[in-house]
Design a protein around this ligand. Sequence first.
Ligand SMILES: Nc1nc2c(c(=O)[nH]1)N[C@H]1C(S)=C(S)[C@@H](COP(=O)(O)OP(=O)(O)OC[C@H]3O[C@@H](n4cnc5c(=O)[nH]c(N)nc54)[C@H](O)[C@@H]3O)O[C@H]1N2
Ligand SMILES: Nc1nc2c(c(=O)[nH]1)N[C@H]1C(S)=C(S)[C@@H](COP(=O)(O)OP(=O)(O)OC[C@H]3O[C@@H](n4cnc5c(=O)[nH]c(N)nc54)[C@H](O)[C@@H]3O)O[C@H]1N2
Ligand code: SF4
Ligand SMILES: [Mo]
Length: 693
Amino acid sequence: MGTDDLRPLSRKTVKAVCPHDCPDTCAMDITVENGTAVAVRGGDMPFTESALCTKVARYLDRVYAPDRVLHPLRRVGPKGPGQGRWERIGWDEAIDTITSRFRAIAAEDPQGILPYSYAGTMGLVSYASMDRRFFHRLGASLLERTICSSAGSAGIALTLGGSVGMDPEQVTDAKLIVIWGSNPIVSNLHFWTRCQEAKRRGAKLISIDPWRNATAQKCHQWIGIMPGTDAAFALAVMHVIVKEGRHDAEYVAKHTLGFDALRERIAEWPPERAAAVCGVDAEVIVAFAREYASAKPAAIRINYGLQRHYGGGMAVRTVTCLPALTGAWREPAGGILLGTSGFYGLDHNALERPDLIRGDPRKINMCAVGDALLEADPPVRAVYVYNSNPVAVAPDSAKVAKGFAREDLFTVVHDVFLTDTCDYADIVLPATTQLEQFDVHKSYGHLYVLANNPAIAPQGESKPNAEVFRLLAKGMGFTEPCFSDDDETIARQALGLKHPNMEGISWDSLKEKGWQRLAVPQRWAPFAEGNFPTPSGKCEFYSERAKLMGLDPLPTYTPPIENPQSNPDLARRYPLAMISPPARHFLNTTFANLAFARAVDKDPRLEIHPDDATARGIADGETVRVYNDRGSLQLVARVTPDARAGVVVAQSIWWKKLSPDGRNANEVTSQALTDIGRGATFYDCLVEVGRAD
Ligand SMILES: Nc1nc2c(c(=O)[nH]1)N[C@H]1C(S)=C(S)[C@@H](COP(=O)(O)OP(=O)(O)OC[C@H]3O[C@@H](n4cnc5c(=O)[nH]c(N)nc54)[C@H](O)[C@@H]3O)O[C@H]1N2
Ligand SMILES: Nc1nc2c(c(=O)[nH]1)N[C@H]1C(S)=C(S)[C@@H](COP(=O)(O)OP(=O)(O)OC[C@H]3O[C@@H](n4cnc5c(=O)[nH]c(N)nc54)[C@H](O)[C@@H]3O)O[C@H]1N2
Ligand code: SF4
Ligand SMILES: [Mo]
């Protein structure tokens, strides 16, 4: 028996938060025994209902993974996958190496330095605080963080005024739930449990999605539309509703702007026209319109899947008009939800200190990082990657990898694991996991604020993001007091704003309680009486701001860049529309390296409709090649009508180096940006598929 076993058992439960990029932002209770985390459970926060999803229930596999990066590393071999040979170095040497390179570049032009980060952790401290201060003060290029939600956010802002919507907790009382471009069993589990409760109480569930995903399989109806055609569908639905006088004339008159103009626009969209665009029967559109207008309350859950197309911003703007037309906003269980983040009043200026920005740095769009690394002028000379894995997640991956492979580029990656991006790093820094750091969280899928308390000591020599930026700031000689703020001070600053929804919420109360609901009513119908955060205070069918942005001021259909209508020649060569939505046991590329997650999915697959498979002589289980002008990858075919005809589905996001041919779906996706919000167009992607031989 070792001496450790004779110690009295110290056992505690720590209130934490799931850090991942997921709308549920769950509360977690961590059981710690003698300094080791032994159990992770769902916390008592109402939205979480004490249950975590299967992947985060295995969070300790991540925390205690034997292949975690635990020390700073310096690359001693050539750049690229399979090449990396690492040499352990100390933190002092790592910080010195980075700051001396940054100093030399900054002396000529600090815009040569590019931060690259996204949502590896969503905590306000780790996501955007000390890091932003550091790069602002440095005068580095500014990164447009648009890889996920910016098109939808910009689209919904035109119609509703911000990232606001119905309270997802109320959906249990809905009579109709439309799950539109969303797969909540995979990506919004705790919303789905509420949909199931509504179903038990008699609600009808309809999925509108090109893919009969896990959720659609459990809905009463699946409407399998072609990718990128949602706006056409919604315009025809509005056409039917207004033509048949099924709209809520009183709500429309009081709380919307531009109904007459909208009426003219939707007159152009009889169901037959939309049916041809969307690839569904006109009768399906008519029946849906009647059902949607008559069900009370009717809830729509849209997710970000439907805005990953060129017309994605306008699609979200257009779909979002529906609940005002039918007055669905009158009830707490009615309306539409894309995200809730606009309800929070957090002090992002205090967190990020945009006032520190030196000069007028250029902006680089993260979705086009491949082109930026290869073509930007003046060139990008150093990249600092944290909270992200661009070599695997950014589109047009061959260009991204080629950019990162540049011998003259100095690359730092701060991560928990040796990701695909680390293969190109000069210096790798070890990151803590959520169990090893302080943080404070908002959510984009509910209405609570949560505190994350550290449960265990940092593993190895790992450090949280903010700590590394404090060291870098010191190394650069930045003397502004904000560079000495500790993590709790930063959390306190985040909550320092006077905002009606934040009343009674402070860092101290939060740290103690673990979570607090925003100061809004329990049964809340935010727009029952209008009060939209638009300039007019109304739901804007007509948008002056859209006009000023050079856009159509009315809802409209903007087709994908890659489809038969916009590019018939391309569509002849590459007739299949490929989408690559989230896989259940991965979170983007996070978890995709862990044995439990890989055991479920085994090989990366391509779901293809039997008609499309037969036409190409492809049998179920065969290895296929997916290709277009940007690149190609190998996948295993799953022949299934769950992918609608004309559409192929490659669930994502796999690590490239853990895939059979070292490639993932982003080999074929495009760097083109959306109509509004300069977002990514991952699902605006035509391909051809053939047998691998
Ligand atoms: N398990 C798991 N959860 C995740 C993630 C993950 O990778 N795995 N990723 C997280 C992230 S970063 C995000 S942004 C969120 C939300 O991420 P989303 O990308 O919204 O993901 P889903 O909710 O899976 O829903 C996307 C759905 O949109 C469909 N779709 C694609 N194109 C269209 C279209 O043009 N029209 C319509 N109607 N549907 C379309 C897809 O087939 C899919 O079913 O999920 C988060 N949660
Ligand atoms: N083909 C295709 N591509 C896609 C998508 C798709 O649907 N299809 N979805 C897109 C979307 S919606 C998104 S949001 C992006 C996601 O892109 P990313 O935000 O890059 O997501 P991840 O791949 O999960 O990478 C996050 C990395 O951050 C690391 N990390 C976690 N916590 C910390 C921390 O505290 N500190 C540091 N330094 N690192 C940490 C993780 O280990 C992980 O390697 O991908 C996009 N790419
Ligand atoms: S990934 Fe989402 S559902 Fe899973 S524990 Fe985290 S917040 Fe909850
Ligand atoms: Mo995302």
